[in-house]
Ligand binder design. Sequence first.
Ligand code: HEC
Ligand code: HEC
Ligand code: HEC
Length: 416
Amino acid sequence: MADSRRTVIGNAARRFRRWLVGDSWPHALARLAVLGVAAGIAALLFVSSGLVPIAASQPHWPITRVLLHYTMLRSVQTQALAVKRPPPEERALDVDAMVLKGAGHYASGCLACHGAPGTPRAEVVRHMEPAPPYLPPKIDQWTDRQLFWIVRHGIKYTAMPSWPSELRDDEVWAMVAFLRRLPALDPAGFRRLAYGDGAAVAAPAGLPPGGAALEFRLADCARCHGRDGNGRGTGAFPALAGQSERYLRESLRAYARGDRHSGVMEPVVAGLAVEELRAIARYYAGLPAGGAAELRVRTGSAARGEQLARRGDASARIPSCVECHGPGDGWRNPMYPRLAGQHPGYLALQLQLFKQGRRGGTGYAHIMRTVAKSLEPQDIRDIAAWYGSLPAFSGGAQRTSDVATDSGSSNPPEVP
Ligand code: HEC
Ligand code: HEC
Ligand code: HEC
């Protein structure tokens, strides 16, 4: 009995092999093609029947889960090999500033899905398949370059998004710096990094009339730019207080249009109405400039920076920065931002971005692309050190008499 069954199976296998291979290669290839088409049609019929299980309410079969995870793992491992770390001389920000920037964006862009110490994942995302994991215990499984690759490119079919800006790998590295700190943070430590020292998200003082919506927005800005708008004393975030209203408004619109590139700022302002951007710009322009700048020491390189910024260098095709950015007398276009008192790390990063064609900006940004091309890394460091050591003054780069007409600020500017 068993013998005859074996013969039947053996005969069928032989017949199939003869049908498939035949007596020539072209014959075999043609038959393989027939089989491929048949399999394709069967798959299409199966998909069209609507019976493929896609319900997220049913977890993946264990085999599917293992296969998908293995595919993701191998893909990340292989493709991360091509990721290059920027050399140290191209890093404008110190590690602590990078961590702060990463933490700030983590709270806007990752927290709801991945949670953090003291903040569980949002209830709804636990019903995703695959559900985004609680990240702290996962970080150590990845190298820096692999984390960079995941955060930069995202993961298809899982809802893990890619970085919102194609041009800002420096921001992705800031996120990696933060992720490295994440496993060791306690709830208070996480809140301090992501929300500032005020801990709870509190609206800044002296809000303009604009309703609860505006108040809510400004409370979010305050997490990164500080409650007083002076940037939390770090190169991670620019000071906004006392900057010219037009520059602030046009910069916000540039982010919203995607003309100024930042994966951190673009999502914050995308979708805000023009009137809202206007009200926000007016609010920050009216805050008193100042804060941390006075505490900064003037380093040796600031002296060379001052020379260069005041006089320029004709032989190197570097114009005088002071002509446009102040400080000093003379009318200046309110689209030229004030640089005095801005953190050196922030200034150096923006100059690098201009030089590499990755900053973008308002309709005036082409001016700076040309200027920055002539600057060597040492020039950037020196000029940033000088401007960073100056006391901030209100009203963009303009002098006293112009301030009141543009920004409505009543603060006497401290032009040195
Ligand atoms: C809409 C939800 C969502 C958001 C927002 C999101 N992620 Fe994810 N992320 C996921 C999902 C889902 C996975 C799991 C992929 C998997 O299991 O293959 C994941 C995986 C990851 C992983 C790999 C974790 C591991 O070991 O499996 C890292 C790292 C990560 N995300 C970081 C981030 C960072 C940083 C942000 C913010 C910039 C972010 N994610 C934003 C959904 C999200
Ligand atoms: C998660 C942190 C974060 C939040 C929240 C945030 N910002 Fe920013 N902001 C940044 C960073 C980082 C930059 C520098 C980006 C770059 O490199 O272009 C920036 C840049 C800016 C600039 C450009 C300043 C200049 O000198 O060119 C303006 C204006 C601004 N932010 C306003 C706002 C406003 C208004 C809000 C709230 C609606 C806000 N930001 C919320 C981090 C944040
Ligand atoms: C002809 C006028 C002009 C000159 C000269 C000029 N700038 Fe600018 N600068 C601008 C304008 C306009 C912007 C705003 C660009 C934008 O964001 O659209 C700007 C922006 C900047 C920013 C970014 C500020 C921020 O808050 O993001 C820095 C840094 C800067 N300039 C540095 C310099 C330095 C250093 C020099 C001298 C070597 C210089 N600029 C010379 C017009 C000028």
